[in-house]
Write a protein that binds this ligand. Structure first.
Ligand SMILES: Cc1cc2nc3c(=O)[nH]c(=O)nc-3n(C[C@H](O)[C@H](O)[C@H](O)COP(=O)(O)O)c2cc1C
Length: 259
């Protein structure tokens, strides 16, 4: 009886060790693939918000890479000064990592977007057409109801007119806050204005329906049954378009200094 128990324990331990080895080997072997896929997904979202891929379109990986390489330039911006940081290599820059590194970020001023730390540097993308910047794509993030939403906002070269918005990661409820992914909601953004005449970031998701971009340039339809996520989108946009976010950079772009 005693021998039987030892055998069972040893057998179970052996199975555990084999499984642990298998899982850790798979995890290490697949890490590079996962990173590649994450990069590809981000590039696809940038292309979508820039209008080079339709929402729901599923181009092959090579097509995504080609479109991205031919049309998009990634650049690193020093958020406080709004200048390009030419000493930082955009390919290896990880903005999320920077935001959690005390040496590469600072505490955010009090804000409603739930942003605790602002990275010293951020990555922006530029859509190039005929050698000119035709859209600026900014990373945005902030709290919804259950999660932090991560996405991109595309602005026209006037830095005021919205070209598109997309979120590539969030944990809001499908059918409620998760409707941020609904293509028909995203289609309500292009043509709206992110700033008022005094360059205050005033774009907001209202409760209920907004008019057309001409009638209601600063407001977008709320998400039904998801007021908190809707408010979160307003808050994160106003934060990242403001002084602590991309405000200084956008001011420089308007001044023609850097774009
Ligand atoms: C299971 C469950 C999931 C919910 N998910 C969300 C959500 O993702 N985003 C959100 O704003 N509200 C969500 N809500 C609703 C909020 O609790 C809250 O009632 C809502 O934001 C109020 O919006 P309304 O004024 O448009 O009804 C959820 C509620 C329940 C019960």
């Amino acid at each position: 009886m005693q021998r039987g128990s030892t055998y069972i324990v040893l057998f179970a331990a052996g199975v555990c060790v084999v499984c642990a080895l298998f899982v850790s080997t798979a995890s290490v072997a697949l890490r590079e693939r996962q990173q590649e896929n994450a990069l590809l997904d981000r590039q696809k979202k940038v292309l979508t918000v820039a209008g080079l891929i339709d929402d729901g379109e599923r181009p092959r990986a090579e097509e995504i890479r080609r479109l991205f390489d031919e049309n998009i330039e990634g650049r690193i911006v020093d958020l406080a000064s709004g200048r390009y940081a030419l000493d930082i290599d955009p390919t290896n820059f990880d903005q999320r990592e920077a935001a959690s590194d005390p040496d590469a970020s600072r505490p955010a001023p009090s804000n409603r977007a739930g942003v605790r730390r602002v990275p010293d540097h951020a990555r922006v993308y530029q859509l190039m057409e005929g050698g000119k910047v035709s859209a600026i794509i900014l990373p945005i993030e902030g709290k919804g109801l259950w999660s932090t939403l991560y996405g991109f906002l595309a602005l026209g070269p006037d830095t005021r007119t919205i070209r598109g918005i997309t979120f590539y990661e969030h944990g809001e409820t499908p059918g409620l806050g998760g409707e941020v992914d609904n293509p028909s909601w995203k289609q309500r953004w292009p043509g709206r204005l992110a700033f008022d005449e005094d360059w205050e970031p005033v774009i907001r998701v209202k409760k209920g329906s907004a008019g057309s971009p001409d009638e209601d340039p600063h407001q977008v339809d709320g998400l039904a049954g998801a007021t908190i996520t809707s408010r979160g989108v307003t808050n994160l946009l106003q934060f990242w378009l403001g002084e602590a976010g991309f405000g200084p950079y956008l001011e420089r772009v308007r001044g023609g200094e850097t774009a």
